[in-house]
Design a binder for this molecule. Structure first.
Ligand code: FNR
Length: 361
């Protein structure tokens, strides 16, 4: 690309140029036909904004609070695996960038820097993403370490009883780097020549028998708030509230699990209505513009999380790239709010957007 990136989509191209094909495919790809991958983005296109004029927007305040933590804008860093494949400092660079823009990073279980290393890299609020493994003792140990290191919430990913079919990874015979936090705890001999090594590894580890009752087990081993990530229906949203979780992330894992799962923004309201304001609802998947953040908030999300754009920023320009990506989204959100007549986050309401299912005069 000849000019400097002006939006987060430009960073995707920079990342493509910077990364070996196998890694770019790993980061950018989705499951099977990638229908959901495209839909996550296109569903945002189908929502329009209903701006109000003659509102004093001389000051726009994007700051908000998530689980009691004050952040500069409702845009968090989603948990994504293996940042060292994108940039040599890996998650340490991402964590510093998130701290610099005063937001929360969710550290992936599959990170290439350990829970402890990321905690000591900066002083910001961090959450930890967890899977529940066949070996419960390992999940429990990770939770204890996250607690000890001052992570402020556990994000339990529930859409991965096994790994989705990511065909680019299968073709490339992609091998994930070791999970740093598991060093010395477990070793899995990946022998299979079927599928990607990633798939074999995940399927060895993950507990496919996990069910709603197991949320109680997690609750019993930690005092941290628990958010479940991967809810896409009102039925599961209701169950999540009944199970006593502290929040929901509407997510289809960036379209890497079940192809033809719905675009996240298309089911956000369904989940929000089921939850009835009892716990916060966040969303990730396909957020590429400040207007996307605005639309998600108008439909009831408390905040959004960003996955791939963060990695693209990291691959293109390291820590500075992640910071720039987050700042671009913040700047775009600020402009969207000003041009829609919303001087603060609480001013963004359902009536500021129009979806295809709305019946307006
Ligand atoms: C992910 N995601 C993910 N989620 C999770 O709970 N644990 C993980 O380790 C990972 N790893 C991961 C790796 C890569 C390369 C991607 C792209 C995604 C899913 C992630 O948290 C989030 O749900 C999506 O990335 C959001 O969609 P966008 O922003 O990438 O469109």
């Amino acid at each position: 690309m000849s000019s400097e990136p002006v939006n987060v989509n430009d960073f995707k191209e920079l990342a493509r140029l910077a990364l070996p094909k196998m890694y770019y495919d790993f980061y950018s790809g989705g499951a099977e036909d990638e229908h959901t991958l495209r839909e996550n983005i296109q569903a945002f296109y189908r929502i329009t904004i209903r701006p109000r004029v003659l509102v004093d927007v001389s000051k726009v305040d994007m700051s908000t609070t998530i689980l009691g933590h004050h952040i500069s804008a409702p845009i968090l860093v989603a948990p994504t695996a293996a940042h060292k494949l994108a940039f040599h400092e890996g998650e340490l660079a991402t964590a510093r960038a998130a701290a610099a823009v005063k937001t929360i990073m969710v550290l992936s279980y599959s990170s290439t820097c350990s829970i402890e290393e990321v905690a000591s890299s900066c002083n910001s609020v961090r959450f930890f993403q967890l899977y529940i493994f066949k070996r419960r003792d390992i999940s429990a140990l990770l939770v204890q370490r996250a607690e000890r290191c001052g992570y402020k919430a556990i994000i339990l990913t529930v859409d991965t009883p096994r790994l989705g079919r990511r065909e680019a990874d299968i073709k490339n015979k992609m091998i994930a780097p070791p999970v740093k936090s598991l060093e010395g705890l477990i070793s899995i001999d990946v022998k299979s020549d079927q599928g990607s090594k990633l798939e074999t590894y995940a399927n060895e580890m993950l507990d496919a028998s996990l069910s709603w009752e197991d949320i109680g087990w997690l609750r019993s081993i930690t005092t941290l708030p628990i958010l479940i990530k991967g809810v896409l229906t009102h039925e599961d949203a209701t169950k999540a509230v009944e199970a006593g979780v502290d929040g929901i992330i509407v997510s289809n894992h960036g379209a890497r699990q079940l192809d033809f799962a719905p675009a996240t923004v298309s089911v956000l309201e369904e989940v929000v209505h089921a939850v009835k304001g009892k716990i916060p609802v966040l969303l990730d998947g396909g957020v590429r513009r400040g207007t996307d953040v605005f639309k998600a908030l108008a439909l009831g999300a408390q905040a959004v999380l960003i996955g791939r754009p963060v990695i693209y920023g990291l691959a293109a320009k390291g820590e500075e790239g992640v910071r720039t990506v987050m700042e671009m989204l913040k700047n775009e959100l600020e402009t969207s709010m000003a041009l829609s007549g919303c001087p603060s986050i609480k001013d963004i309401t359902r009536s500021h957007v129009r979806t295809h299912y709305d019946n307006l005069p």
